[in-house]
Design a binder for this molecule. Structure first.
Ligand code: SF4
Ligand code: SF4
Length: 169
């Protein structure tokens, strides 16, 4: 497998995730711990989105994007770990091969993020446009729910990294 690091270009991280999935995806998807963590992630991710929708956050972000202020219009993809992209492949996500918007995050699509599993920076970032509109107790409640998703992803990433060591030539 090619050596990949956090400093590698996004395109290389995507290729690494795709090649790794091609070579050992079926083996990884037979690992009981991985399968359980993927299911836990789906539940936790749904709970985060349900709470965000109940609070009207996607609408606030959508309005923000129309006025060009969205945080997804920055190159956040550069902070992505290749293993997070592999998790997306394990979830059945088709990773993009080109950025749609110049200067924006590589993963930004016409209807929002093209990833399912996202880094902490994308899960729990709430700017002032949101915190000014939503009561503090609801923000705290959302953060507790999002914490579960981040915890699950952390343990899944660590489990994958350990397993991947067994495949390094
Ligand atoms: S988090 Fe804030 S900056 Fe980012 S898209 Fe939503 S409203 Fe805009
Ligand atoms: S939410 Fe998705 S599109 Fe937005 S910055 Fe994060 S990875 Fe990029």
């Amino acid at each position: 497998m090619n050596v990949i690091s956090i400093d590698s270009p996004t395109e290389e991280k995507i290729l690494w995730a795709e090649r790794t999935f091609e070579k050992i995806g079926p083996i990884l998807l037979k690992d009981k711990g991985i399968v359980r963590d993927l299911e836990l992630f789906k539940e936790a991710n749904k709970a985060t989105w349900d709470k965000m929708k109940a609070l009207g956050i996607p609408q606030i972000c959508s309005e923000c994007d129309k006025t060009g202020g969205s945080c997804c219009r920055k190159r956040i993809d550069r902070h992505y770990d290749a293993v997070m992209l592999l998790i997306n492949k394990l979830l059945g996500v088709q990773l993009p091969h080109r950025a749609l918007y110049q200067g924006a995050c590589f993963f930004l699509g016409p209807t929002g993020c093209r990833l399912w599993a996202r880094e902490v920076i994308c899960i729990n970032y709430l700017c002032e446009k949101i915190t000014a509109k939503i009561p503090h107790n609801e923000i705290v409640s959302l953060q507790k729910i999002a914490c579960k998703e981040m915890d699950v992803l952390f343990f899944l990433q660590e489990r994958l990294k350990k397993l991947l060591l067994g495949f390094v030539p």
